[in-house]
Design a binder for this molecule. Structure first.
Ligand code: HEC
Ligand code: HEC
Ligand code: HEC
Ligand code: HEC
Ligand code: HEC
Length: 349
């Protein structure tokens, strides 16, 4: 065997080995991606929320006026991010937009996470009351289980396995979980008429829902130091909950006697990721987490410039949510949504 043939053989073996290695490495990722794309509901047979509204009007009204579930396939931020995803050659080849509809609801119906997405299908050609008997009665059992919401409110990166949405994980480590309180026991309490609340309240629609959930108080105030405590009083999960899209920001302005701003400080709470290798856009590896965990009280310290000695009269702290598309990773300059203040506190110096 001459030198050239031997070299060809070695190169051939290396190529085969590399191929085998990439199959071994990619197979779990491939299976993971396939699982991500499988919808969490039956397709092609849904009658739509308005159909159910004929008899369940109260539930329909709560769902359609309060919840983001109702606009999960039609909302502006969904369409915007979906567009970017479809224009991303690498992501759209390997993952495809099926993955989005797996959680956001049927593409064809476009009524988001609607009644049947959670409650199952009306079996074709079977009268409605009969389907209620055979399909829905047993169906409620699954809906009451503690990991029902996690079908969609939990997502891991297929590459890094890091949590992207992690409300279920946050909940599992919480005081509420230890006491057996599920997502449903807090978010779907019984309302008048004996029905479970279906508003799935969102700060996008009403920021007042956070009224009793976060507290700020001065810890010490000795110039030039200013310390305060911020407490997440939600015992069921972190604040802000879930993934990288939602950022909570505490902004403090320091004012002089004339009410003029002399200084500004800022603290950000949320999750930051490295994006997918090569493809970008999609969160992959968690690199920083400053969420306030369930029940956490955190001390924040600020030091004011020495030049402001004797000049500061009061501080105004404001807490807001910012919605930031995943590829901007918490950069609030790119926010597509800024909430009204969740809380405003004034402190005299
Ligand atoms: C023709 C009227 C009618 C329509 C249309 C209708 N329902 Fe019902 N549904 C009822 C009645 C009546 C009950 C029993 C009420 C009760 O137990 O309080 C019921 C009960 C239910 C229950 C509770 C079952 C249980 O085990 O307690 C669910 C869930 C439900 N419906 C979902 C739906 C969904 C989803 C749709 C739309 C696909 C729908 N319904 C359409 C009349 C209707
Ligand atoms: C079929 C998937 C699916 C299931 C099951 C599901 N959700 Fe959702 N949920 C979503 C999606 C998707 C959104 C985001 C919609 C959007 O902003 O476009 C959402 C949004 C929400 C929001 C508002 C979040 C925000 O950022 O404003 C709340 C609260 C919520 N869900 C609670 C629940 C609870 C509680 C359960 C279980 C009883 C549940 N969801 C089950 C898919 C689901
Ligand atoms: C595992 C289920 C799941 C998958 C897959 C998924 N989403 Fe979501 N999405 C959610 C949930 C749940 C929320 C609610 C916010 C949260 O929990 O962070 C959400 C929130 C969003 C938001 C933020 C809405 C806002 O204004 O705050 C956008 C935009 C979005 N999704 C777009 C997409 C697109 C595009 C895809 C496909 C690339 C996708 N999602 C895939 C479950 C999912
Ligand atoms: C995000 C998932 C989700 C969506 C969307 C949803 N439901 Fe429900 N629904 C549930 C869960 C979970 C329960 C059981 C709550 C419990 O008993 O703790 C439930 C219970 C019910 C019940 C039983 C009676 C009650 O209120 O406890 C009816 C009826 C019902 N839903 C109808 C509807 C209709 C109609 C729609 C659409 C307008 C709808 N649901 C949308 C999750 C959902
Ligand atoms: C101990 C009660 C409790 C439990 C358990 C709980 N939550 Fe919450 N959650 C809250 C409170 C309180 C808020 C603040 C907004 C409100 O009042 O609805 C909130 C907010 C949220 C939000 C953000 C809504 C927005 O737009 O800002 C989402 C999403 C959410 N919860 C999902 C879940 C899911 C999914 C589970 C289960 C894994 C769960 N929660 C368990 C009490 C709870």
């Amino acid at each position: 065997m001459n030198y050239k043939m031997a070299r060809t053989k070695v190169v051939g073996i290396v190529i085969i080995l590399l191929f085998a290695l990439s199959v071994v490495w990619f197979w779990p990722v491939y299976s993971e991606v396939q699982a991500m794309k499988a919808p969490n509901y039956e397709q092609g047979v849904h009658k739509g929320a308005l159909f159910c509204a004929q008899c369940h009007r109260g539930i329909y009204d709560e769902w359609s006026t309060r919840s983001l579930h109702a606009v999960a396939t039609t909302g502006a931020s969904f369409k915007d991010y979906l567009g970017k995803f479809k224009n991303n050659y690498l992501l759209n080849t390997f993952i495809t937009d099926d993955v989005c509809y797996a959680c956001h609801g049927e593409k064809a119906n476009a009524d988001g996470v609607s009644c049947e997405v959670c409650h199952g299908t009306i079996i074709a050609n079977v009268p409605i009351m009969e389907t209620h008997r055979i399909k829905y009665k047993p169906g409620l059992k699954t809906l009451r289980e503690e990991d029902f919401c996690a079908k969609c409110h939990d997502l891991r990166s297929p590459l890094s396995q890091d949590d992207i949405f992690s409300v279920q994980g946050e909940w599992r480590d919480s005081h509420a979980a230890a006491k057996g309180k599920t997502c449903q026991s807090c978010h779907m309490k019984k309302v008048a008429g004996g029905f479970s609340y279906h508003g799935f309240d969102s700060a996008h629609r009403d920021v007042a829902i956070y009224k009793n959930d976060v507290k700020i108080q001065i810890e010490s105030l000795a110039f030039p130091r200013f310390s305060l405590e911020i407490a997440n009083q939600i015992t069921g999960h972190a604040l802000p909950p879930s993934g990288p899209t939602r950022v909570m920001v505490l902004e403090i302005t320091f004012l002089d006697k004339n009410g003029e701003e002399q200084h500004r400080a800022q603290e950000t709470f949320g999750k930051k990721y490295k994006l997918m290798p090569f493809a970008g856009l999609f969160p992959n590896r968690l690199i920083k987490n400053t969420q306030l965990q369930s029940g956490e009280v955190r001390l924040l310290n600020f030091t004011l410039p020495a030049s402001l000695e004797g000049k500061i009269d009061k501080a105004v702290a404001t807490l807001r949510f910012y919605g930031v598309s995943d590829e901007h990773q918490g950069d609030i300059k790119h926010a597509h949504w800024i909430s009204e203040p969740i809380l405003t506190e004034k402190f005299a110096f």
